[in-house]
Write a new protein. Structure first.
Length: 145
């Protein structure tokens, strides 16, 4: 079947929908939309996941300044000993490169910096960063929306 025959067989509406996404994604100079990670549409205080701090996977969370990444969320232990969590997706260019360094969230792509409340600390971080609530109960750290 030739392309024209295929497009006629599915109808003009479906052909328009299929080609619009392809053509729209090719424009230059347009801002990449921010895509929030898991849990962005859930009600406040919804449990996203838990971390057993006695597990090997959580070893980096035992030292101040250490962090891990799970389900597109950076979880860190601040220099004051508090657990903090933020999206790994930077609002500057929607890249999944946010880490935790020097007691703040940092996008390693362009240097966007954010405090532990998600406020931008430089021009690249001016849009802020999605922060998640944390709850510690003995050796279990819970990440909430």
């Amino acid at each position: 079947m030739k392309r024209n025959e295929f497009l006629k067989s599915i109808g003009t509406g479906a052909a328009f929908i299929l080609t619009t996404g392809c053509l729209g994604g090719c424009s230059k100079g347009e801002d990449i939309p921010f895509i929030a990670p898991n849990g962005s549409n859930l009600p406040s205080n919804t449990v996203l996941f838990t971390i057993d701090l006695s597990s090997e996977e959580a070893d980096n969370l035992l030292k101040e300044g250490g962090f891990i990444i799970q389900d597109d969320i950076v979880i860190a232990k601040s220099l004051s000993g508090a657990y903090v969590a933020a999206t790994v997706i930077c609002t500057h260019e929607s890249r999944k490169e946010v880490t935790f360094q020097k007691n703040e969230f940092l996008c390693t792509a362009h240097g966007a910096r954010f405090d532990q409340s998600g406020n931008g600390l430089n021009d690249f971080g001016k849009k802020g960063l999605k922060i998640y609530q944390t709850l510690l109960n003995e050796n279990v750290l819970t990440i909430l929306t």
